[in-house]
Design a protein around this ligand. Structure first.
Ligand code: MV4
Length: 674
């Protein structure tokens, strides 16, 4: 076994690898960029080496800097995690040249699976089912068009170099083929610098089922069953589970055998994943691609097999044989994972950056595992993937795992950046999900349920926000007075703000563009009479030992969390999250005078302008499109109004916070809008 390991990664996966290495008695070395100087993975490792500035290209993606860090600390092996250098065959070669063990497959196996067309040809030879189609070298338009006719419509065009859905088109008939080919080629050149295409029969609403394989350097190769990763959004996995629901035993067995054959065909060593498209109606499955790394979703396999995949990777990298044979691998129950992201589902899933002003995860609940690489106070930056944590639920059966996961998401508290927690909870509690009716179109099909129209905060939320503000104020007053009086009761002595007897007070919150004015009357019985926009309720609250609020509304009590950060108020109530801001009368007057600014949500590049200076536009009209982190973000008109300035042109780089559009709200002229 190696005695020291450098982890060439960050975030949750770096922490995950450090945990196993430590349990095996292996010394750990972290690497970090400027942005990660104080990150959890740096603190958890025995040593840490600064490898460069925040951009990944100058730090985590720079193989030379990583190898130099290993050399300086005497690390014998490097674990690349996922992403970054994990599937970089040249990096694996460079490790070998430096006398360092790369914890991953041989570079030759990585290269064999690097291109789609080559991989398909190798798989076909190994007897692994592939989708009927064309993956030859000839690439002229007429040839491809004739091949599409031969395969039979509908077909799918895919970039040979591709991945992640880029350079991919469904083509329904021959008439649509030329335009689709042109579009797919342009996208493929932009993404991969390679416009070669392959053609496949198109499968409607398939499932994504992938098999975990493990091979050692002595010819041993087994699989650890499958994961279903069909719940995706724009080719990003959102939820994953093991085993795949309702997979017929014969299909499970055939798929496992095919995955092992695939690994053997390329001389694989280590942990790998063979992805298949599965058509539940016919029971057919087809090779899609092989990932030559540990995957994000590996914990669901660990939960149902009891195997520590990282421990196996380290043993195999050290030359040990697989510790068991295929028949020793048994499935135990069911596991489901969701990926908690700092992104805003109400704003088109735009990444949401900033400091985690409050962070509490349900990691001690029965059947729950939380893998995260952040703490309260960590900053989600623009530089890296905005995943905050993975939440994994395990149970004796799928229904139990799902109930546990739903409850865990209710107890997931992140304030600061927006997150997809409520969206995830709606997925795992959705009746169609519970019924196992999952396929790659699930999120699109159920969008209306998963992304309901944002409701204005109702009574419980307003009550919680009010109680949170009052409790905070009382606590501060008590601290200032050094008072030992109970600071928590709305009737406590500490609150100098309280009028004698029955007092009245007004406060206001903002929710998006809506102002919510609340009147509070402090009643003699200790309750607060809350009125707002025609509603009226008797409110009482208590601060519990864990800092949560017990909140009574007209005599019905519930427990909620209210996180305060300056004027930002986040209310967590049974899995629903409301982000409000307390209205500061002075700052608010200021803001109205200046008007709303339309600024870049992150650094990026302008890719389209849809308006010109002087245009009058309706609320919701697209104004400008910026590309950031390989995604396009459209800035919409926040109200009816006029464009007064466009400081940037197409192709310009913009800094985060840069004003993109000068905008003045007001009714557009009658004839100006199209
Ligand atoms: C397909 C397909 C249907 N038919 N190929 C999407 C990502 C890329 N790696 C492969 N993908 C697909 N290939 C044929 N011939 C449907 C998809 C697909 C998909 C696959 C897995 C998970 C989610 C998906 C979402 C949309 C489309």
């Amino acid at each position: 076994m190696v005695s020291s390991l450098l982890i060439a990664n960050r975030g949750e996966i770096a922490c995950r690898i450090i945990r196993t290495a430590r349990s095996l008695g292996i010394r750990t070395v972290a690497v970090f960029s400027d942005a990660d100087a104080d990150a959890p993975h740096v603190h958890q490792a025995d040593q840490a080496v600064w490898i460069g500035p925040s951009p990944a290209r100058e730090s985590y993606l720079d193989g030379n800097r990583v190898i130099e860090a290993a050399r300086r600390t005497g690390a014998e092996a490097i674990h690349p995690g996922y992403g970054f250098l994990s599937e970089n065959a040249d990096f694996a070669d460079a490790c070998a040249a430096a006398g360092i063990t790369f914890v991953g497959p041989p570079a030759s196996a990585m290269r064999a699976m690097g291109g789609k067309s080559t991989a398909k040809a190798i798989m076909a030879d190994a007897g692994v089912p592939i989708l009927p189609g064309y993956h030859g070298d000839g690439q002229d338009d007429a040839l491809l068009s004739a091949e599409a006719d031969r395969v039979g419509y509908p077909i799918m065009l895919k970039a040979s170099a591709g991945g992640g859905g880029k350079g991919m088109r469904v083509v329904r008939d021959a008439e649509a083929f030329p335009a689709a080919l042109g579009g797919a080629r342009r996208e493929a050149v932009a993404a991969f610098g390679d416009d070669r295409m392959l053609i496949e029969r198109y499968l409607d609403h398939p499932r994504h089922v992938e098999v975990q394989v493990f091979a050692d350097s002595h010819g041993g190769c087994i699989h650890l069953f499958e994961r279903d990763c069909s719940i995706q959004r724009r080719h990003q996995k959102v939820a994953e589970e093991a085993p795949a629901p309702d997979l017929p035993p014969a299909v499970r067995e055939a798929m496992g055998a095919a995955a092992v054959a695939a690994a053997k065909a390329i001389g694989y060593v280590g942990a790998g994943t063979v992805e298949f498209l599965y058509a539940p109606d016919s029971g057919e499955f087809f090779f899609m691609e092989m990932n030559t790394r540990l995957q994000v979703e590996h914990p669901v396999t660990e939960a149902v097999t009891g195997v520590d995949l990282v421990a196996w990777q380290l043993r195999i990298a050290a030359g040990e044989a697989l510790p068991c044979v295929q028949d020793d691998i048994r499935l135990d129950g069911h596991a489901v994972e969701v990926r908690l992201y700092a992104e805003d589902p109400d704003a088109g899933f735009l990444p949401s950056t900033g400091r985690l002003t409050h962070f509490s995860m349900p990691e001690r609940e029965v059947g729950i595992r939380v893998d995260s690489g952040v703490d309260a106070g960590s900053v989600i930056s623009v530089h890296y993937d905005p995943m905050i944590a993975k939440i994994i639920a395990h149970g004796p059966d799928r229904a139990t795992a799902l109930r546990r996961l739903g409850r865990a998401l209710e107890k997931t508290e992140v304030a600061g950046p927006a997150t997809n927690a409520a969206f995830l909870r709606r997925i795992v509690t959705h009746p169609a999900f519970a019924a196992g009716a999952i396929e790659t179109g699930f999120i699109e099909k159920h969008t209306a349920d998963l992304l309901p129209e944002r409701r204005l905060p109702g009574l419980p939320t307003l009550g919680a926000a009010v109680a949170g503000v009052l409790a905070d104020r009382a606590a501060k007053a008590a601290r200032q007075a050094g008072s030992s009086a109970d600071p928590w009761s709305p009737w406590g002595d500490a609150g100098g703000w309280r009028l004698n007897g029955e007092g009245e007070e007004r406060i206001a919150f903002r929710s998006g563009e809506v102002l919510l004015a609340v009147t509070l009357r402090y009643l003699r019985d200790g309750c607060i009479l809350l009125t707002s926009d025609g509603i009226e309720a008797r409110l009482a609250y208590r601060v519990d030992d864990d800092g949560m609020l017990s909140l009574g509304i007209d005599g019905v009590w519930r427990r909620v969390r209210v996180a305060l950060d300056g004027l930002a108020v986040t209310v967590f109530d049974s899995g629903e999250i409301q982000r409000l801001s307390l209205v500061d009368p002075i700052a608010d007057a200021d803001r109205d005078a200046v008007g709303g600014k339309l600024v870049a949500p992150m650094p990026g590049r302008v890719v389209a302008l849809h308006v010109a200076v002087g245009d009058s536009v309706k609320k919701g009209v697209a104004l400008i499109v910026i590309e950031a982190m390989k995604m396009e973000h459209t800035i919409l008109a926040p109200a009816d109004g006029a464009v007064t300035g466009l400081p940037f042109g197409v192709g310009d780089q913009v800094e985060e916070g840069a004003e993109l559009v000068g905008f003045e709200s007001g009714s557009p002229e009658e004839d100006a809008s199209a």
